[in-house]
Ligand binder design. Structure first.
Ligand code: ATP
Length: 137
C-alpha cells in the first residue's frame, strides 16, 4: 500500500518537538490519515516490539516507550514506507543524514525521536494496533 505508521516517541514529545516534526512530515508530502496523542502500557509496548523481545535492549526499550505520551499517526504517500525511513534517518542519530528528523531531534540510539514502519505489512499491522477503522480517514 501507500501507507506507513509512525510514532513520535516519548523523548520527542517531552522535548516539545511534536509540532516541528509534524511540520516536517507535512512538508515532505505525507497526508495524515489518522493522528492521536496516547500513552502505551507495558503490555502495549511488549506486544508492539515483540520482534525484539530477545534483544539485550528490550527492557530498556519498553521502559522508554511507556514513560510518557507518544503521538501516533498513519501517513499516506506514494512509496510511504521507504520515503518515511529516508525522512527519519538512521536508527542511531550519530549515523543519520543531515536534515533528517533523527539528526535534528534524536538524542541517542535508544531515544531516537521517531518510529517508522519497516514494511507495508508491518505498517498495516502497526496502524491497526493503534487505530480502529473509524479513526482512519
Ligand atoms: P523503529 O522500529 O523505532 O523505527 P528502527 O527500525 O530504526 O527503529 P530497530 O532496529 O527496529 O530500529 O529497533 C527498534 C528500536 O529499538 C529503535 O528505534 C531504538 O529505539 C531501539 N534500539 C535499537 N537498537 C538499540 C540499542 N542497541 N540500544 C538501545 N535501543 C535500541
Amino acid at each position: 500500500t501507500n501507507r506507513t505508521f509512525t510514532m513520535l516517541k516519548p523523548d520527542a514529545v517531552e522535548n516539545g518537538h511534536t509540532g516541528a516534526i509534524l511540520e516536517k512530515i507535512n512538508a515532505a508530502g505525507f497526508r495524515i490519515v489518522a493522528l492521536k496523542k496516547t500513552q502505551m502500557t507495558k503490555a502495549d509496548a511488549e506486544t508492539f516490539y515483540a520482534v525484539h523481545n530477545e534483544r539485550p535492549f528490550f527492557g530498556e526499550l519498553v521502559e522508554f516507550m511507556t514513560r510518557g505520551p507518544i503521538v501516533a499517526a498513519i501517513l499516506e504517500k506514494d512509496n510511504a514506507v521507504d520515503d518515511f525511513r529516508t525522512l527519519i534517518g538512521a536508527t542511531n542519530p550519530a549515523d543519520a543524514a543531515e536534515g533528517t528528523i533523527r539528526k535534528l531531534y534524536a538524542t541517542s540510539m535508544g531515544e531516537n525521536a521517531v518510529h517508522g514502519s519497516d514494511s507495508d505489512e508491518n505498517a498495516e499491522i502497526e496502524g491497526n494496533f493503534h487505530f480502529s477503522g473509524r479513526e482512519q480517514f
